[in-house]
Design a protein around this ligand. Structure first.
Ligand SMILES: Cc1cc2nc3c(=O)[nH]c(=O)nc-3n(C[C@H](O)[C@H](O)[C@H](O)COP(=O)(O)OP(=O)(O)OC[C@H]3O[C@@H](n4cnc5c(N)ncnc54)[C@H](O)[C@@H]3O)c2cc1C
Length: 413
């Protein structure tokens, strides 16, 4: 009997979790992982640690080549898929060859957004997503004293921390009037910015790069508010766009590939997971791209189980991110911007020790939180957001730190 062909495009957290789950429930089908890159799976979340020198390149890999052999997975590194033909059930490669599938998982992740104006300066205008990107950044940074980071999101600020050395001048420029504009409210953002400024980093907010041009041995940056800046390198950290191109004309897409709670796309034997997928949100009921490592693992696992014939579901996710820099951490969970009109805010701060937290409630249910400096109870708060339990009797206990969780949880269980 012909083996069922399970094909996975992408060798990151989502693709690998899917392959693992698939093998657990379906030992007999043929499983293939295709990767545009030439390495075994690694974690992009560790790239800033590599840039800062805290770990070696080898410390980023989560499996070795033996993993694929041991699990009977055919690994196709260095092969870029260029199209999917859903009618013929084929994945086509750059060289014109193709691979047939019975089930397909698209776990192709995302690509950093670029500046429109940097063509011709690619060598010193860089982005960070892959090991190859990190190698280029390290190589260029060695020869750079003045660095511009364009974008003030989580990954951009992690890069700032990783490259911040004595004798280097780092400027962060962002179009928004606050840093972390997709993660938190202006008050929290200002607090975090102040903390980073203490290390000598300069912020130029509310302006954007309009032109990049050569200037002697430097790069000259012009902005839309007439600032001029001469730097040695630029790192673009303006967020990530989902890699949907290969299936865009085949399945329903929005910002990512739209999936149901089984990670199925609009075509039943094509699944999507990880940064490329737009999955159900527990809080809004809509669909969002949950671009973080745990979500990629959960979504990949659910996709793999379903591809293997099980009925697995992920009913709704909650966004979750941590910024661990300069010896302190900030955690952002759920609606951590407090953006919905009906939201009630429980705010607590300890200015002397720089500790601060905000919990966002809607209809007496926890829908989001920001924790700064003291983040040990992230897991409990995430659990409460996921449970959507009525916490009205314990509100007074929540506006403190550390929260006396024993009393709250005792009543909830
Ligand atoms: C600098 C940085 C810091 C981060 N920090 C954190 C953090 O602290 N915490 C956190 O939770 N998350 C963090 N993230 C995000 C996290 O790394 C991602 O959410 C996660 O890795 C997504 O996994 P994925 O499998 O969806 O995609 P990826 O890991 O991007 O994997 C995509 C795979 O698809 C392959 N691929 C793409 N296109 C093709 C194609 N056409 N053909 C064949 N193969 C293809 C790629 O080669 C790759 O193997 C960070 C990311 C970055 C870049």
């Amino acid at each position: 009997m012909r083996k069922k062909r399970q094909v996975i495009i992408g060798n990151g957290a989502a693709g690998l979790s899917a392959a693992r789950a698939l093998r657990r429930v379906d030992p007999s089908s043929a499983v293939t992982i295709i990767s545009a890159e030439s390495y075994p799976a690694y974690s992009p979340a560790l790239l800033p640690y590599y840039l800062s020198g805290r770990i070696k390149e080898s410390g980023m890999f989560i499996v070795d080549l033996e993993f694929y052999r041991r699990n009977g997975i055919e690994f196709m590194p260095g092969r870029e898929a260029t199209a999917v033909d859903a009618a013929r059930q084929r994945v086509t490669f750059k060289d014109g060859s193709w691979l047939e599938y019975d089930n397909l998982l698209v776990a192709s992740g995302g690509s950093p957004r670029r500046l429109n104006s940097h063509d011709g300066y690619m060598a010193r205008v860089l982005t960070l997503r892959t090991i190859n990107d990190a190698r280029k950044i390290l190589d260029t940074a060695r020869r750079s004293r003045e660095i511009l980071v364009s974008g003030a999101g989580l990954a951009g600020l992690e890069v700032v921390h990783a490259l911040n050395r004595a004798g280097r001048k780092i400027t962060v420029m962002a179009k928004s009037r606050q840093i972390l504009s997709r993660n938190t409210d202006p008050e929290t953002a200002a607090l975090i910015q102040k903390e980073i400024e203490k290390t000598g980093v300069k912020f130029l907010l509310g302006c954007d790069v309009t032109e990049i041009a050569p200037f002697k041995d430097k790069i000259r940056i012009s902005t839309d508010n007439d600032e001029r800046l001469n730097v040695d390198m630029v790192i673009v950290g303006k967020g990530v766009g989902a890699n949907i191109q290969i299936v865009k004309d085949q399945v329903k897409t929005d910002r990512g590939i739209l999936v149901d709670e089984r990670m199925r796309t609009s075509i039943p034997n094509i699944y999507a997971a990880g940064d490329v997928a737009q999955a159900g949100s527990l809080l809004t009921g809509g669909h969002e791209v949950f671009a973080n490592w745990p979500s990629a693992c959960f979504e990949g696992e659910v996709a793999g189980l379903n591809m293997g014939g099980r009925d697995a579901r992920l009913p709704g996710e909650v966004a979750y991110n941590i910024l661990p820099v300069y010896g302190w951490s900030a955690a952002f969970m759920g609606d951590s911007m407090g953006s919905r009109p009906a939201i009630e805010v429980l705010r607590w701060s300890d200015e002397k020790n720089g500790r601060y937290r905000k919990l966002f409630l809607e209809n007496n249910r926890l829908v989001g939180a920001v924790l700064f400096q003291e983040i040990a109870d992230v897991g409990i708060i995430l659990h409460l957001i996921n449970r959507q339990a009525d916490i009205s009797p314990y509100k007074d206990k929540l506006a403190s730190s550390p929260i006396r969780w024993g009393k709250v949880l005792h009543h909830l269980f």
